[in-house]
Design a protein. Structure first.
Length: 277
């Protein structure tokens, strides 16, 4: 938009106003939306690259808004962070994830469940206690929970986060470095922190079948991670060629539309049944 164009400027302000209005409304509705069940989760399967066995599921939050329809998580996660409500939202997602995990356990399915942890959460003084309480409430062993962190969150305040991460690790759960390759974490940090696995960001994986450059990045990340004793998950695996390349490179786990889209609980159960026969 040209700043000199008065019409352009007016519509620019209008767009801003509509956006801030929507944000304002979503912000005030977030808490009630959780209570009303508008905020739910879906689960995306992650498989062992060699055996194709399902090893875990990633929990992804969804907001079905009565007026706006489906609101993408990227929009309201960021909003929740800004208005200081990411803590309650994370607790809500963790609660839904562990409740499901408990039900799978009751059906003799020991499936690990991954939950995304926003950068802000690491700074909350009671995070470890809340995670521990949630595990206890649902009777889920810490070994079945994976927390996915983003690189930035760990680098921002590395002394404090390494303490928090060590405490989380002591609960038995696993820590996964999400969106790996897009941030600025250093190798030494990866080595010092109690991280168990890295997830190659889908921006690299999506281009693998068409670009040698992307394949080279994926290969480098896998080699690097393995040298540090970490497991590697590739997300955004959409086609057979990419699956084949990643498996040949020794990538440990795969996630993406080729395996399955994120599924609501009932559909995950039928998906599991269909695969295990
Ligand atoms: P993410 O953690 O990197 O999650 C992976 C995203 O990639 C998901 O988008 C998933 O649906 C999508 N995806 C999976 N496989 C494929 C594929 O093969 N191709 C393509 N193109 N995309 C694929 P989604 O569900 O829209 O979530 C977007 C982001 O929102 C997540 O990125 C995560 O950063 C954030 N998010 C979602 N749920 C939560 C949550 O409960 N808490 C927090 N803090 N963040 C969340
Ligand atoms: Ca994730
Ligand atoms: Ca990711
Ligand atoms: Ca992402």
């Amino acid at each position: 938009l040209a700043a000199s164009d008065s019409d352009g400027v007016a519509s620019y302000h209008q767009v801003l106003d509509q956006q801030s209005l929507r944000r304002l409304q979503l912000g005030t509705e977030l808490e009630q939306a959780m209570a009303d069940g508008q905020i739910s989760v879906v689960f995306q399967p992650i498989i062992d690259a060699r055996t194709s066995d399902i090893v875990s599921v990633e929990t992804l939050v969804r907001w079905a808004h009565p007026r706006f329809g489906a609101i993408p998580p990227d929009e309201f996660i960021h909003l929740a962070e800004q208005i200081g409500r990411i803590g309650p939202l994370t607790d809500h997602v963790l609660d839904l994830a562990l409740a499901r995990c408990r039900r799978w356990l009751d059906q003799d399915i020991a499936l690990s469940v991954a939950v995304n942890l926003s950068a802000r959460c690491l700074a909350e003084p009671d995070l470890v206690e809340r995670v521990q309480r949630s595990l206890r409430r649902h009777g889920v062993p810490g070994e079945l929970l994976i927390l996915e962190l983003t690189e930035g969150s760990v680098v921002d305040d590395s002394v404090r986060s390494s303490t928090v991460l060590a405490e989380l690790h002591a609960l038995g759960l696993r820590l996964s470095m999400d969106d790996f390759g897009t941030g600025y974490s250093s190798l030494s940090q990866l080595r010092q922190l109690p991280i168990d696995e890295v997830k190659i960001d889908k921006s690299f994986v999506l281009g693998m079948s068409t670009s040698q450059g992307e394949s080279f990045i994926a290969r480098s990340i896998i080699e690097l991670a393995h040298n540090l004793g970490l497991r590697v998950v590739a997300e955004g695996v959409e086609d057979e060629l990419t699956r084949k390349l990643l498996t040949e490179m020794g990538c440990d786990k795969l996630q993406g539309f080729l395996v399955s889209r994120p599924l609501p609980d009932e559909r995950l159960e039928s998906w599991l049944l269909a695969r295990t026969g």
